[in-house]
Every structure is written in C-alpha cells, then in structure tokens.
Design a protein around this ligand. Structure first.
Ligand code: ADP
Ligand code: MG
Length: 474
C-alpha cells in the first residue's frame, strides 16, 4: 500500500487517540484534515489560527512522536489554516469575480508570534515561515476607487478612505466609519479601500464581511462551542472591514464579542473600517462602550449626490457600457432620482436594456416610465401598510388578523415581525408604528423588536422567517 497523506495521518491519529482523552481527541484532532504529503512533510488543514496555537501549545510533543514514528527523524509538519468562504453562495456578486482575479484572494504567509507560556514547546519541527495561513479577503475587485466617482457629497469619505488605504492603521482615522443612506456607496467605498490596501500591501490580511454574516458566524461558533476560535480568527486580521454595523443593533452577544475584537485590533495598530446607515449618535440599541469606540476615529458621511455627481455617475456608466444616450434623457434621470445611486444605476441599466433589446429609440416618455417605476418602488418600500401586507401574505392571514388583539402565538409573532420591519425599514417613531399596527403603544413595539432580536438569535425557524421577509423588502 502506498503512503499517502491520508494513510500517514490515520496512523498518527490511531497513536494519538491511544494517548489522550476521548473528548480532547474529538475536539482537537477530528477536525483536522490531511492535505498533502511531500517527502517527509505532512500538511494538515486546521480550522483556525487559534486551533493551530492550541495544538502547538498542548499537543506538539505528541504530534512529534506520532509523526516521527511514521516519517522518521526528519518529519515535518505544515499547518494550513483555512477559513470558510464567508461570501456564501447567495451573494450575487461572487459570480462577478472573474477567475483571473483570484489573485485578489490572498494566500499568504504570516508570521504571527505564537503566544505560548512555554516557549521551548514552540514548534520544534515546523519550519518557520512555511505555515500557510489563507484568509480570503472577500473583496469585490469591481468596487474600486477608480470607479468611485468623486463629488461634493462623498469627498470627505472618499479622501479619508484613500488616506486609510495609504496607511492602514497609521492614521487617526481608526476606526473609519462611513455612514449614509441606502444606495449611496458605502459598500462600494468599503471594498475600494480594501482593494487598494491589498494592492499596496499584498502581505496584509484584509477581510471584508457584512455585520450580518459576522453575526451568523458568531452564533454558529457559540453553537459549535468554537467561540474562542472565532475571536482568535478575527484578532489576526490586519484590516477588518465590517459592512452595515447597524445590523448589530439589539444583538448584545455579537456586540460584546465585536467589542473585544475591536479593542484587540485597535491596540495592535490594526485598521478597522465600518459602514452604517446612521451616524453613531443616531444608532439605536448599540452598547454605549461600542458607540464610543466608533467615535474614536473619523465618521464620514456619504450624502445624497448633487446633480453634477449624478450626471457624471450616469455618464460614466454609459461610457463603460459603450452606450450613447441623448443628453435630455440623462438629464431627466438625474433630475428625478436623487437619493439613491443604486436606483440611479438601475434606471439607466433599464433604459440601456430597453434600447438595445427592443432596438427602440430611448424617448423621454420611456425614461419617464422607467423613472416612475423606480421612484414608486422606493415609496412602497418604506410604507408601514406595505410591510403589514407583505408579512400578512407571508403568514397567509389578512391584515385585520395581524392587527387583532388575539394572543394566538403565530399571530402575535407575525405582528411583532411587522413592527420589527417597520422599525428597520421606515423612519417612523415607535409610537407611530404602534398606532398603525393595531393601535398599540410604543412600549409594545419596543418589546416586539427585542423579542424578534432574541428569537433571531435562538430560533432557527424564526430566523428563516426574518430572512425570507427581509428579501421581500430589499
Ligand atoms: P450602499 O452600500 O450605501 O447601500 P452601494 O455601495 O451598494 O451602496 O452602492 C450602490 C450602487 O451605487 C453601487 O452599484 C455602486 O457602485 C454605485 N455607486 C455608489 N457611489 C458611487 C460613486 N461615487 N461612483 C460610482 N458609483 C457609485
Ligand atoms: Mg451596502
């Protein structure tokens, strides 16, 4: 039988299993995957940096004995630390990353000192520098500074972003918090900073993650008893970009863990970049100590783009797509869509499609129709009536039932969800939400929002409701 990574590792495991507690074996050795055997070096994949440190600190002698038995005195062990692809498959723009851009995906060597109380235990047979730590940045190369057009509305945020990209962790903009309404370029700018840093400092570990994904990962880690791994993984990052931190509101467990990660990174001169749909002063249900950290660096606002910026964004889009469009049409679109660049782009893409597929001349009339659709959609998104309608439909009841005084559990839950989404997607006050959803008071709405947050963290089925419904609103 030929010697493979698998066979060598299986023999090692058999030996190790005989020598340690079953629980320890299950925790620390079962998750390891043998990857490669070349001459006398066995590469094994471990789930996190913390995992690797733990093995080195507690099991290095055992590993050495086991491996030497298999591969002789010159045995070497190489750790490969693999993070799951945190994009998930749902995110639409994963597909947009062309394979030639895989270079963006960092596969790099990091030399992080091992925190060990027993330095003599350190790594007696791992060649320093061949420990591969692979952390995929999750950056979208299509979002860069070149195509993030400058205007009065974004000048401060854009320049601060550039300054941070030039000297990550080395400016007073730490953290850099970019805030602004929906569709104004927060995600684009956040990626652009990361992309620029990767370009200038390829050896730095950059990670982009949405606060939502971060929360999910955290909840998973608590379930799987790997909270420490989670924390240690994040503490390794040089540049941590967290998108939409308002999502953390009301999630005290995740806030707590983020607080510790943040402090660690900040103390070590690592850069943190955050985006949010609100300024720190307006954030609700975020712990004070976290808010005060957010204010340490710079909060830069992305404002609604002025007319000139809207025109140049539209022209740039047309230019990149190689499409010509009459000035009065561009002008019409720019004049009527003012508060959301995503909608601005959506309208022009829609017009481009109409003209190229139907070989139709784009008339002002067509532009009006298209724009109207976009503007209407925005209005619909924010109405509490619409939210109640969608939630009722989803649970197959009518709006009157949702608003009724009944204490039946599934109806109460539907009502609480409607309140939760009304708070999330509209600017209405708690009192006004309450009065529109079955004449309740503001305390009831507040309680509903907290209940939903709690259930989201503890109840899988309920989390599914939230995910499904959220999709319907976005
Ligand atoms: P947000 O995260 O604030 O909701 P996004 O970053 O997703 O907004 O931006 C919405 C769309 O608008 C994206 O397609 C983005 O590329 C585009 N966009 C935003 N700001 C600019 C800008 N200054 N220049 C060019 N495109 C922009
Ligand atoms: Mg965004």
């Amino acid at each position: 039988m030929s010697v493979t990574a698998n066979s060598v590792w299986n023999n090692c495991l058999a030996f190790i299993q005989d020598n340690i507690q079953p629980q320890a074996f299950k925790t620390w050795f079962e998750p390891i995957k043998p990857i490669k055997l070349s001459e006398n070096a066995l590469s094994i994949q471990v789930p996190s940096k913390f995992f690797y440190e733990w093995l080195e600190e507690h099991y290095v002698k055992l590993l050495k004995v086991a491996l030497t038995k298999e591969l002789g005195e010159k045995a070497k062990l190489v750790y490969i630390i693999k993070m799951e692809n945190t994009y998930g498959n749902k995110e639409p723009f994963t597909e947009k990353i062309p394979s030639s851009n895989r270079g963006i995906v960092s596969s790099q060597e990091m030399d992080v000192p091992i925190k060990s109380k027993n330095p003599e235990l350190r790594n007696p047979f791992v060649i320093p520098g061949i420990r591969n730590i692979k952390i995929e940045s999750q950056l979208n190369p299509n979002y860069n500074f070149d195509n993030f057009l400058e205007g009065d509305s974004n000048r401060l945020a854009r320049s601060a972003g550039l300054a941070v990209a030039n000297k990550p962790g080395g400016t007073s903009f730490n953290p850099l918090l970019v805030f602004g309404g929906v569709g104004l370029g927060k995600t684009h700018l956040a990626h652009a900073i990361g992309v620029e840093i990767k370009d200038k400092y390829p050896e730095r570990t950059v990670l982009y993650i949405s606060a939502e994904k971060f929360t999910q990962q955290y909840i998973e880690s608590v379930k799987k008893n790997t909270r420490n791994d989670f924390i240690h993984f994040y503490q390794l990052i040089d540049v941590l970009i967290i998108d939409d931190v308002q999502f953390l509101s009301g999630k005290s467990g995740t806030q707590d863990v983020f607080f510790h990660i943040f402090n660690h990174l900040h103390q070590n001169g690592k850069q943190v970049i955050l985006t949010s749909d609100k300024a720190p002063v307006d954030m609700q249900d975020i712990e004070q100590r976290l808010l005060s950290r957010f204010k340490w660096g710079l909060s830069a606002e992305l404002q609604n783009p002025d007319y000139e910026t809207r025109i140049s964004i539209l022209r740039n889009k047309l230019y990149r797509d190689g499409v010509e469009m009459p000035d009065d049409i561009v002008d019409y679109v720019a004049k009527h869509i003012k508060t959301n660049i995503r909608e601005l782009e959506g309208a022009i893409i829609s017009l481009i499609a109409q003209s190229s597929f139907n070989k139709k001349e784009v008339t002002l009339e067509l532009a009006q129709q298209v724009v109207e659709k976009f503007v209407k959609n925005t209005k619909r998104e924010v109405s509490i009536d619409y939210i109640q309608k969608v939630v009722s439909d989803y649970f197959e009841m009518d709006v009157a039932t949702l608003q009724s005084k009944t204490r039946k559990r599934h109806i109460v839950q539907a009502r609480q969800l409607a309140m939760f989404f009304a708070k999330k997607f509209t600017k209405a006050s708690l009192a006004s939400i309450g009065s529109q959803i079955g004449k309740r008071d503001h305390a009831t709405v507040l309680h509903a929002c907290k209940t939903v947050d709690n259930l989201a963290e503890t109840d899988k089925q309920f989390r599914k409701y939230i995910e499904d419904l959220t999709k319907k609103f976005s």
